[in-house]
Design a protein. Structure first.
Length: 410
């Protein structure tokens, strides 16, 4: 059992807002906030380089903490600016040739698909989408049937941006290992939300962020690269941190995963990430996941009880992201109205997950994502706000929002 009251006391933002945008950026706990601010203050007092030297032990600890979190070794971890850059550094280091097949999921994220299409255009590789099963998740049987000697990569988002679906990552990994195919897992939404173990999953590469369910600062993420694979992948970009200039006409790339990093970095953010990982481990990933998933199911149930409301989450297993629509009320209006109640949500559009959204005839959804520090009382306040919005109707809300905007400008 989690001490939710203590966790909320640790989280200053809980006194300010009902935060149901954890899949965007979660509220930082006080130890993370203090670690980031403390290092920035040190930089201001003694200088950035000098502050980094003074904090070397804390920075090195981040590699150990992240490795422990995902069941890896510290030399398999690279710290980078964000999850997208981590994913890019992995993907673009893979040498593709004409006819190579890239297999991905229906719910794949736009940034990843754009990269697939760019590389396919440049190299002659082919991008193929694995069909879903009856639960709306990647069909393991369909994947099995699609695997052959031309498949170069299986790349999947563990939890998509537009719903609670949790992909069967371990089953995908088992097939990829058996076939000897590279497996890249985008764990941006899953690390910190559910237990993630790279050995059990069997992925070769994994990217993740600090700011979402790990509750760390923005501007930092990490990449895992399986040790046996590191020497086979040379990043598309190198600098004097990722490689050494050993002779006028020769360089050597460093042997560990830090070859995927670059020299300049957000040191305070990295330290904050390490503290966030330590905090998550102290709370307990399993315990936190159990609570937040129970809260999400409660939220789905309560939204489903509202007239004209529809929950759109797929999957046999579902996480903390809840997506829904209200009849006759645009998702942007829902978001804006909730903001007047100090309730944070966001929207998810077809541009983010086009394969999935187009297949389901969806244009835009409201996305509410809970964490373990949220409460049942906050869910009820959320439902009350939605019911009020439905009673007032979109026209009234449009007028109220316009009046508020006019007052702010005045």
């Amino acid at each position: 059992m989690l001490d939710v009251e203590r966790l909320r006391q640790d989280t200053p933002g809980c006194a300010e807002v009902i935060h149901f945008n954890n899949a965007g950026a979660a509220l930082m706990p006080r130890p993370v906030l203090e670690a980031v601010v403390s290092h920035l203050e040190l930089e201001a007092r003694i200088g950035g380089y000098e502050a980094h030297d003074a904090a070397l032990e804390q920075v090195e600890h981040v590699y150990q903490a992240v490795a422990r979190l995902i069941g890896a070794e510290p030399d398999e971890i690279a710290l980078v600016e964000n999850a997208t850059r981590a994913w890019d550094m992995a993907f673009y280091s893979i040498p593709f040739r004409p006819g190579d097949r890239i297999l991905t999921s229906v719910s794949e994220y736009a940034s990843n698909v754009i990269s697939f299409l760019q590389v396919a255009r440049k190299t002659g590789a082919v991008v193929e989408v694995v069909p879903n099963d009856e639960y709306g998740q990647l069909s393991v049987e369909a994947l099995r049937a699609m695997l052959d000697e031309r498949v170069k990569l299986v790349a999947v988002s563990h939890i998509p941006t537009n719903g609670g679906l949790i992909q069967p990552a371990e089953e995908i990994g088992r097939l990829a290992r058996e076939a000897g195919i590279l497996y890249l897992l985008d764990a941006c939404q899953s690390v910190g939300q559910i237990p993630v173990d790279v050995r059990r999953i069997g992925c070769d590469l994994l990217s993740a962020t600090s700011r979402k369910y790990l509750r760390g600062p923005r501007g930092v993420g990490f990449l895992y690269v399986r040790r046996e694979l590191i020497q086979q992948l040379e990043p598309v970009m190198l600098d004097l941190h990722a490689a050494s200039w050993v002779a006028p006409d020769r360089y050597e790339v460093r042997p560990d995963a830090r070859r995927f990093e670059n020299w300049e970095s957000y040191v305070a953010g990295r330290i904050g990430l390490g503290v966030a990982v330590d905090y998550a481990l102290s709370v307990g990933i399993e315990a936190g996941s159990t609570r937040l998933r129970a809260l999400a199911e409660r939220l789905r149930q309560r939204i489903g009880e509202l007239p004209g409301a529809r929950v759109h989450d797929l999957g046999r297993e579902r996480g903390g992201i809840v997506t829904f629509t209200l009849e006759r009320i645009a998702p942007e209006i829902v978001k804006a109205f909730l903001a007047t109640k100090r309730i944070n949500v966001t929207t998810s559009s077809v541009a983010s997950t086009r394969f999935d959204m187009e297949a389901r005839g969806l244009e835009k959804l409201v996305r509410a994502s809970v964490h373990y520090y949220n409460t049942e009382e906050e869910i009820e306040a959320f439902i009350d706000a939605l019911a009020e919005l439905q009673r007032q109707g979109p026209e009234t809300v449009h007028r109220l929002l316009a009046e508020r905007a006019s007052r702010r400008k005045g």
